[in-house]
Design a protein around this ligand. Structure first.
Ligand code: HEM
Length: 181
């Protein structure tokens, strides 16, 4: 994944657990990169190893860490100059979720080696929708829950999110039922 993701992970860990923890996590993960370059593409394995080491060292369940990181990602990208991409993607939570593939398509103009996930919305209503998540990468459903929560915060909406289908349990793809309070 692009260095932007690893940089966001670094910022997330340093903010909540301090710089020394990040150094220990990198050491434990055997990642010998002084500073990730946002626009450079790194093997996915590096990100997975960092997340694994962070969970072990900080004694956090992967699902909890990924979910909090997802929420942080929305904040981080909003502050790192990508806020206009959110604004361009829609003026309601439903619109942004419907336009997620288009948003990543625009990200791909800046990051040509991007391998983005894909999303489809069904049963779109005023008070919620069903979100389908497709990815070539395993194990990131909890991050998607955090990302949706982060978007909800951006729109000042309280959400109830329930995963109804799980790829980890053999489903074709992950499905989330999202209700807006
Ligand atoms: C302006 C905001 C955003 C930017 C700049 C952005 C950019 C990126 C980048 C650079 C990656 C790494 C992929 C790669 O390097 O191949 C990524 C992955 C991902 N993005 Fe976004 N993204 C944004 C918003 C969102 C939102 C709102 C969601 C909501 C669900 C989302 C869902 C994901 C997921 C789940 C992945 C993990 C990769 C995978 O599932 O295969 N992104 N995004």
């Amino acid at each position: 994944m692009y260095g932007l993701v690893n940089r966001a992970l670094q910022e997330f860990i340093c903010t909540h657990h301090g710089d020394a923890s990040w150094q220990s996590i990198k050491n434990m993960a055997g990642v010998d990169v002084e500073l990730f370059v946002c626009m450079e593409s790194y093997p996915d394995e590096i990100t997975y190893r960092l997340v694994g080491a962070a969970c072990e060292l900080l004694n956090i369940e992967p699902a909890a860490l990924l979910r909090n990181f997802g929420r942080h990602w929305v904040l981080f990208t909003g502050q790192e100059g990508y806020g206009s991409l959110f604004d361009g993607a829609g003026s309601s939570l439903q619109e942004v979720l419907i336009n997620l593939d288009h948003l990543h398509l625009r990200v791909g103009l800046m990051y040509p080696a991007l391998k983005p996930p894909s999303f489809r919305c069904t049963d779109v209503r005023d008070d919620g929708l069903t979100l389908h998540y497709f990815s070539e990468r395993p194990g990131l459903a909890s991050m998607v829950i955090g990302l949706i929560e982060g978007l909800g915060e951006r729109f000042g909406k309280a959400l109830a999110i329930r995963q109804t289908e799980d790829r980890a349990s053999g489903a074709d793809h992950d499905i989330f039922d999202i209700r807006i309070a």
